[in-house]
Design a protein around this ligand. Structure first.
Ligand SMILES: Cc1cc2nc3c(=O)[nH]c(=O)nc-3n(C[C@H](O)[C@H](O)[C@H](O)COP(=O)(O)O)c2cc1C
Length: 188
């Protein structure tokens, strides 16, 4: 699939078929995740893949009991490995680790579409509860839970903001987005 068709096709799916995702598909997903860029190529993240119901139920509860979570055939929990990044980048490490994990999860969402499966990003969760379930230490910061499986719904594309609200040309845009910034520039 062409890239622009793929991003058009990707929507958040919250209803999944009960059928399991083949291991070959999961392997391709993990390949895509592993190709994501990362700060210093450290890949400062870990991913926990969960398929069994008891653990999915616990994770669903930690996601503030969002109903669809436990029904997804697979949950992938993306943790930023802050300690790994901090070894090289000190206090900047956490920032990089969170970005590494976030990019990795984005790769997973896009790869899922190419592989004929669907996903939903879950960011509303109790961090401590997720860490406890995963037996993860404090420096493993959960960044995203992805619910993954074959879609059992066809959600419409969600509406986006107008590009003119988001994208700005250099000088004019900087002043529009940050009016005080423009003033300070003039005064110094
Ligand atoms: C950081 C982040 C957190 C999100 N958290 C949740 C969540 O907790 N539960 C949920 O159902 N969807 C969640 N979503 C999915 C968004 O609701 C969804 O991406 C958005 O409405 C746009 O729809 P689309 O993905 O279909 O384009 C989250 C998405 C992101 C990127």
């Amino acid at each position: 699939m062409g890239f622009f068709d793929l991003i058009k096709k990707r929507v958040s799916v919250r209803k999944f078929e009960a059928k399991p995702v083949p291991q070959e598909t999961i392997d391709k997903l993990t390949y895509a995740i592993n190709r994501a860029p990362s700060a210093g190529n450290l890949q400062s993240y870990s991913v926990l893949t969960v398929k069994t119901l008891p653990l999915k139920k616990k994770l669903a509860k930690a996601c503030f009991s969002q109903g669809f979570v436990e029904k997804a055939p697979i949950l992938m929990v993306f943790f930023a490995d802050c300690a790994r990044a901090e070894q090289r980048y000190n206090e900047r490490g956490e920032f990089y680790a969170v970005q590494d994990a976030t990019i990795a999860a984005s790769y997973a969402q896009l790869a899922a579409v190419e592989l004929g499966i669907a996903s939903c990003w879950i960011g509303a969760f109790d961090e401590k509860a997720i860490q406890k379930i995963a037996n993860a230490q404090d420096f493993f910061k959960p960044v995203a839970v992805l619910a993954i499986g074959f879609s059992a719904e066809k959600p419409k594309q969600s509406v986006r903001r107008q590009p003119k609200e988001i994208f700005f040309a250099e000088t004019e845009g900087a002043q529009q987005a940050f009016p005080d910034f423009g003033k300070k520039q003039k005064n110094t």
